[in-house]
Ligand binder design. Structure first.
Ligand SMILES: *Cc1c(COP(=O)(O)O)cnc(C)c1O
Length: 399
């Protein structure tokens, strides 16, 4: 017998759970892309997208995933032969750095390992050492989705400012826009990149590059930017097709419109952040209790540098995979695989998992996932500390 029948829960860190309202908004006949409501709907997304990043500056929309946003951000401001500084906090920084390299950039990497946030002082040191001012941009991943480390973007900006170095600050918020706080303008971030499929609760397929005036100036001085990735017409289109350099992602627009209604106009962005913060604390409370005894260990020890969107857990091989499989087959919950912690062909790969807690999530959904993990630990006889569900429930009760 299995108890998995019922509504399946996807607790991976993206793509996240889609609200029924988002799905239903997309379930319609093909709209006209030349005149009519779709054009107004597209315009209406822009101010709400700016609100979720807390910026008054520009946003360019692309058809693409997070990797597309990475590439878009780079090709608009970094030319072949120029240098980018990458303070790496896990998995995703390395992917972004590799992409920069393939575009012909020189990459200067500071590796903070798999269990820590970046240290702004070390970034400042690297900028100070760059007397020739070769570094064009600093590429910071706010939440690394593999390690669940969250870096302090405001502190990084302050440290950069103190050096007087002109490098742009580009921040990857793909995992955490709409989950962890982002204040693009107040914090002085020059470029933010994001996708639609994590905190923004829309199926994968759209991504966004926000840029301020300083970044726009750098873009103007670029000798060449390919027409498809150029953010200029996308952010200020004369004709509708220029938003996407071609056909609009019609149904995604309806889905995203509904998701932004929920985030910006109904719950409110600050309430959305607060909900994520509380649900994250419930997750941590449970795992801290479980980890008192046995093999469970939170990847990030310090609460101050844990993301509110995802939690990365160490449990030892092959227990991680056994627990994930049990939950999918017996309880109807799918947890995330460990990412970037070990090579997929290394037996150690099976010793990690992640819990996504981003987007369309309330306390009963999260308690269901945590309760199912408790059942899995019991069924598989994995030693664990007591009181995890009580501790999580206490956090939810306090709100
Ligand atoms: C998911 C993610 C990406 C990659 O996004 P794709 O849509 O898979 O291309 C990049 N950076 C971070 C921090 C992410 O969470």
């Amino acid at each position: 017998m299995t108890l998995a029948h019922g509504r399946h829960t996807l607790a991976i860190p993206g793509p996240s759970i889609m609200p029924d309202r988002v799905l239903q908004a997309m379930h319609r006949a093909a709209p006209n892309i030349y005149t009519g409501e779709l054009l107004d709907l597209a315009d209406s997304l822009v101010p709400d997208l700016k609100e979720v990043a807390r910026t008054k500056h520009d946003v360019a929309m692309y058809i693409g995933n997070g990797h597309a946003a990475w590439e878009a951000s780079l090709v608009n401001v970094v030319a072949p032969g120029e240098t980018v500084l990458v303070p790496a906090t896990g998995n995703f920084s390395h992917g972004w750095a590799a992409m920069a390299e393939r575009l012909g950039a020189e990459v200067q990497l500071i590796d903070f390992g798999k269990r820590a946030a970046l240290d702004p002082a070390r970034v400042a040191e690297a900028l100070n050492a760059d007397k020739a001012r070769k570094i064009k941009a600093v590429l910071c991943v706010q939440t690394d989705t593999a390690t669940s480390a969250k870096s302090d973007v405001a502190a990084l900006r302050k440290a950069m400012d103190a050096t007087g170095h002109p490098a742009l600050l580009i921040v990857d918020c793909i995992a955490c826009l709409g989950c962890d706080e982002m204040q693009m303008d107040a914090w002085g971030v020059d470029i933010v990149v994001a996708g639609c499929q994590k905190g923004l609760m829309t199926p994968p397929g759209m991504c966004f590059v926000y840029f301020n005036d300083k970044a726009a100036e750098v873009r103007k001085r670029m000798e060449r930017v390919s027409s498809y990735w150029d953010w200029v017409p996308r952010a200020d289109p004369e004709y509708f097709y220029q938003y996407w350099c071609g056909t609009a992602p019609t149904h995604h627009l309806y889905g995203l419109r509904e998701a932004l209604n929920m985030i910006v106009h109904e719950e409110g962005l600050e309430a959305v952040w607060a909900r994520h913060a509380t649900l994250a604390r419930a997750v941590w409370a449970a795992f801290e209790a479980w980890s008192v005894e046995g093999p469970i260990e939170l990847n990030i020890a310090d609460r101050a540098v844990r993301s509110n969107a995802v939690t990365s857990v160490r449990i030892g091989a092959p227990t991680g995979t056994q627990l994930r499989d049990w939950l999918t087959e017996e309880a109807g919950v799918t947890l995330g695989i460990g990412l970037g912690m070990a090579e997929p062909n290394d037996p150690a790969w099976h010793g990690f998992f992640r819990v996504g807690h981003m987007g369309h999530l309330n306390s009963h959904m999260l308690m269901g996932t945590l309760g199912s993990i408790q059942a899995g630990l019991t069924a598989l006889q994995i030693p664990h500390g007591a009181g995890a569900l009580d501790a999580a429930a206490q956090v939810c009760a306090e709100g």
